[in-house]
Every structure is written in C-alpha cells, then in structure tokens.
Design a protein around this ligand. Structure first.
Ligand SMILES: NC(=O)c1ccc[n+]([C@@H]2O[C@H](COP(=O)([O-])OP(=O)(O)OC[C@H]3O[C@@H](n4cnc5c(N)ncnc54)[C@H](O)[C@@H]3O)[C@@H](O)[C@H]2O)c1
Ligand SMILES: O=P(O)(O)OC[C@H](O)CO
Length: 415
C-alpha cells in the first residue's frame, strides 16, 4: 500500500526579539534554509514594538540622513537593515527573518512557536494568542524562569502548554547570546517529549486525531495537575521527531543534544540565574574565584535538591550534572552572564540591582531577581526556606535583610 508522504512544511515563529530572541531567529532561519523539505523558509519574529533611534556608534548611523536621530519603529528597522540595532547590534540577520509587530499575525498558521521572552511577559502574550493559533501547534520554551502563583510553582514549558492547550518542550544551555550570534562554538540541550501520536506518520486510517495528555505531571509543586485534549499533528506535516526538531536548532557553531526531560531543562535554566546573582555578589566584594566556586557548588546542590523535592516524578538529576542546561549553564552564567555582571556592579557601586538593570542593560531584562523572589515565595509557602540557604540568602540580600558578606555563614552546612 502506498504511504502518503508529508507534503506540508512547518511554519516557524519566534515569539520575542530581545538579545536571545534575535539570536534564536538568526540560527533558526539559517536552519529553515538548510532544511527546505521540513520548514518554510521565512521565519516570523514577533517584535514588542517600540520606537528606537539608531545609536550613533552603529554602522547604520548616517549623520547626513534625515532619519538620523529620529525614532523609528523597531520592527521596520529590523526589516530594512536586517539588524536588531537595539537588542543585537552589529549582527546581520538572514533576509528570511521577518520582524512582525503583530503577535497574532506572526503566529498565524505556525506549527512551531519558539518562545524567547523574558518570563514576566509569557502569561500576557499567551493570553493574546489564545484562539489564534492552530490547535496542533507545538512550542519550545527558550525562556529562563518559573511561574509561581498561589497554586504552586509551574515550569514555563508547563505554563505555555496549559495556557495555549498545546505541547511545549524546552531549550536551555550555557548560551550567552552575544557569543552565539558571533557564531562562537556553544552547546545546548533541547528537551522535547512529544505525545506518541506525533511520531505516527502518516496517521493510520480510522485512528484518533486527538488524545488526552497530561500537560502538567502531578507533583508536590503542582498538586492540581491538569490534563488537556491535545490535537495530533496532521500527517501531512513532517513528524516532529527528535531528529527533525534537532535540525531546527543545530548549527556547526551551536551543538544540540536532544533529551526528554523537559522539567529538568526548564528548571536548570531558571535556578541558575539565582546562583549567578550570588556569584556576582561575592565577586563584587572582590573575593575572587574560590568564593565564586563555593557559591556555584552550593547552588548546584540546591538546584538538584529543588528538582528532587518538587519535581521528583519528572526531573532526572543527570540532566543537571551531564547536560549543558545544568552545571555548564551555572558556570557560564557565573562568569559572564547579565545577572552575574549586574549583581557584581550593584555591590561595587553600592546601588540596587534594579538601578543597574535600568542604567546598564538598554532595555534587556534580568531574570534572576524576579526568579529569586518567586522561588522564595514558593519555598515560604512550603515552609522550606531553611533547606535552600543560598536561594534564601540571595532573596534576603535583594530585600536588604542580610549583607553579601554574610553569605559564607549563611550557606555553611549545619551538620
Ligand atoms: N540573552 C541571553 O544571553 C540569553 C541566553 C539564553 C536564554 N535567555 C533567556 O531568554 C529570555 C529572553 O531574553 P532576551 O535576552 O531575548 O531578552 P532581552 O532581555 O534582551 O530583551 C528584553 C525583551 O523584552 C521585550 N519586552 C519589553 N517589554 C515587553 C512587554 N511588555 N511585553 C513583551 N515583551 C516585552 C523587549 O522588546 C525585548 O525584546 C529570558 O528568559 C532569558 O533568560 C537569554
Ligand atoms: O545573561 P543572563 O544572566 O541572562 O544569562 C544568559 C544565559 O542564560 C546564559 O546561559
């Protein structure tokens, strides 16, 4: 019997256009061009619209132009210059990256949605998207953070999945965007564990087209786990197997390892930002590399303990220790990430980290500060602050309740 070949291609949208969002658009657009049988060439990139003046040090600044020093729409600048002059300056984007200020239009008919927004904006953007995406779309979250509410703590992959009623995987790793944009070698971890119905291609005649799938696994973190009716990917699309998803992200300079542990990948990316703040605090005191290594060691232990305590059914400890999204991300973030750098500057200058974020990041957002608050509020609700002394110390430093100089005593094991 002749099998029906997949003849449609996946349309891909990048939801976000900051430093990492724009880098992600660049590398994904290189891959849609490299794999024309799987993916549509053009990659939509949703831009949170703002007016931007081309910086005077930009290669695109022309003092003789009538547009010099005039604010212009960021999405139009990106499409005209093939560069995001605000969030990823001096990097040329492939012409198949299409900046789009309409979230609904950017995601229309897309079967793959790649979320790369600061985590505080995820809920609002998902709300705007509800009812405007194809029901069999699949998502990957590249955002680092968690979603804490009175109901408990949710991974962002879960949050996106539940809000949009679609399956969502995660991408995270030791990935400082500016290095990857310059095509310097780096690795990442992509967790994608699609429901079995997605790997069936073509769909056998008479088989169901939708299935009930747990979008959130029941755990201590989520006592009210939720199931949803997930729609199968139609068989005229190429299956989103590990092999095909890998082809969307892997580049000669960006090596991808595929895993199935979505919870571990999501959690590693979120918690490492709290550890990076601690590393910045001790470095800001001029304490050097030994001190940084000490907070990294304790931080990694707390990351593993957090996974075991609240996501025991889903997280594999080996994801933290063996994959780029765990220890490797802690290391790179504590050496050169924005959370580390801003925490360090805040100590050196004696001002709050929020002020440093405002004055130094030109609109880029820190994820560590809000994650430290969110994780603390969750730990408090569980009566477990004392079990995570480094995470608790970072929160108390941000609150001005303890001083960074107290970190060694605060994180010392009490046994
Ligand atoms: N930059 C990196 O090196 C890097 C690497 C890996 C992961 N990440 C993660 O990726 C996520 C996105 O970070 P980024 O670096 O792309 O962003 P960014 O911090 O560079 O930029 C902030 C973005 O937020 C957008 N924004 C501002 N207000 C908004 C609103 N009200 N609604 C929606 N969007 C709004 C801005 O337009 C901009 O695109 C974060 O979770 C971050 O931790 C970043
Ligand atoms: O610059 P940060 O601190 O947001 O970290 C960037 C990446 O997450 C590092 O992997």
């Amino acid at each position: 019997m002749a099998t029906l070949a997949a003849h449609k291609k996946h349309k891909v949208t990048i939801v976000g256009s900051g430093n990492w969002g724009t880098t992600m658009a660049k590398l994904v657009a290189e891959n849609t061009k490299a794999h024309p049988t799987l993916y549509e060439l053009n990659v939509q990139m949703w831009v949170f619209e703002e007016e931007v003046t081309i910086p005077k040090n930009s290669r695109h600044y022309d003092p003789g132009s009538e547009l010099a020093n005039k604010p212009q729409k960021l999405s139009e600048l990106i499409n005209n210059l093939h560069e995001n002059v605000k969030y990823l300056p001096n990097i040329t984007l492939p012409p198949n990256v299409i900046a789009n200020p309409s979230i609904v239009d950017a995601c229309k008919d897309s079967t793959i949605l790649i979320f790369v927004l600061p985590h505080q904006f995820i809920a609002r953007v998902c709300d705007q998207l509800k009812g405007h995406i194809v029901p069999y779309a699949r998502a990957i979250s590249c955002t680092k953070g968690v979603d804490v509410s009175e109901k408990g703590i949710r991974l962002l992959s879960e949050s996106i999945g539940v809000r949009l009623n679609i399956y969502c995987g995660a991408l995270s790793g030791a990935n400082i965007a500016s290095e990857i944009a310059l095509e310097k070698y780096s690795e990442t971890t992509v967790a994608y564990d699609p429901p079995p119905m997605d790997s069936r291609n073509p769909t056998p005649k008479g088989s169901p087209t939708s299935s009930t799938v747990d979008l959130i696994s029941p755990s201590k973190a989520n006592p009210s786990a939720r199931s949803a009716r997930l729609q199968a990917l139609p068989s005229d699309y190429p299956p989103l197997s590990h092999e095909n998803v890998r082809k969307l992200f892997h580049r000669p300079y960006f090596h991808v390892r595929m895993v199935s542990d979505v919870a571990g990948v999501s959690l590693g990316g979120a918690l490492k930002n709290i550890i990076a703040l601690a590393a910045g605090f001790v470095d800001g005191l001029g304490w050097g590399d030994n001190a940084k290594a000490a907070v990294m060691r304790v931080g990694i232990l707390e990351m593993v303990a957090f996974g075991k305590a609240f996501f025991a059914d889903s997280v594999h400890t080996s994801t933290f220790t063996e994959e780029s999204c765990g220890v490797a991300d802690v290391v790179t973030s504590c050496m050169g990430g924005r959370n580390f750098r801003c925490a360090k500057m805040s100590i050196e200058r004696g001002v709050s980290i929020d002020e440093i974020e405002q004055s130094e990041l030109n609109g880029q957002k820190l994820q560590g500060t809000s994650t430290a608050y969110e994780v603390n509020s969750f730990l408090k609700s569980q009566g477990m602050e004392d079990d995570f002394p480094l995470f608790t110390a970072v929160y108390n430093i941000l609150e001005g309740k303890v001083k960074p100089e107290q970190i060694p005593d605060l994180i010392e094991r009490k046994d």
